[in-house]
Design a protein around this ligand. Sequence first.
Ligand code: NCD
Ligand code: ZN
Length: 350
Amino acid sequence: MQNQLTIAMPDDWHLHLRNGEVLTKVLPYTSRHFQRAIVMPNLQPPVITTQDAKNYQAEICAATPAEHKFTPLMVLYLTEGTSAADVKQGFLAGDVAAVKLYPAGATTNSDAGVKDLEKIYPVLAVMEEIGMPFLVHGEVVDSNVDIFDREAVFIDQKLIPIRRQFPNLKIVFEHLTTKDGVDYVRSCDSHTAATITTHHLVINRNAMLVGGIQPHYYCLPVAKRELHRLALREAATSGDHRFFLGTDSAPHLAQFKESACGCAGIFNVANSMAILAQVFEQERQLDNLEKFASINGPEFYNLAVNSGTMVLSRSDTALALPADVKTAAGNIKIFDPQMPVHWQVSAINY
Ligand code: NCD
Ligand code: ZN
């Protein structure tokens, strides 16, 4: 049995860091294991302009522990009023890395998102021209579409028409949760890629619904049935360059998840690399972990692979779940994968 693995330092291509005290508490969990992260812009108020992104980036950099080497890659929150000129200028200046589509009402803080996709076509045309990635929360919001079908319906009703209109636009289908999504991405050329979260490789919808309602397994898009989890595991561990890690680590105070109307999001970044090593070992694909966590993402974003390395080690005894994160306003629970995890990050060499 393999007991050690060295990979190029990973990046996280889909991360929620929040701001204020929560940012300072959660950021070190990311910056110690990831050298870069695509930082989601769904703050309140959202990160809409390049100037907003620069301000948020400065706040993140000020909160990064001095001993960590971490670069936040900034994302603009697309609205129907987004200025194509600002997007272009921000990207060409290196201040923003991507633009994120939140269909209005799809998830946490998405009210300012897009209702009519055609209104954002001028921005997409500019992004296609300059090679700027378009990150998509791929769920429809129609109340008559079952929540478990919203990703598959989005592909047919929204994504295929966008792709037809903009054949060279770089699209990242974020936090893929279905076999339909995997099949769609596989059917595309290399202008389309997808992030896959840690938790969707581990849980199916039973984790959320069996034995009482389990709010700490509720996230959006919701975990689906087992056949979808298996398709995601196959895609993530296959080494296919179109699939890469986006933890979608999304911290919420426990009291807001353990509520009559609990909010969506799983905080998984503290133990993501350990859990991923366990998953790749289970699939007998440990050699592909580096592609998923460290190589395929930068390749899609046209960035160099990190020069630093991470060493992961396996021990015979399973490791304890890290302790909850404490903030003045309440605790944030760490994702419990409900399986023994024998791997841990044992060294980082920048
Ligand atoms: C995210 C959040 O809390 O910001 N929640 C989640 O369940 N993933 C929003 C998102 O990525 O949809
Ligand atoms: Zn997210």
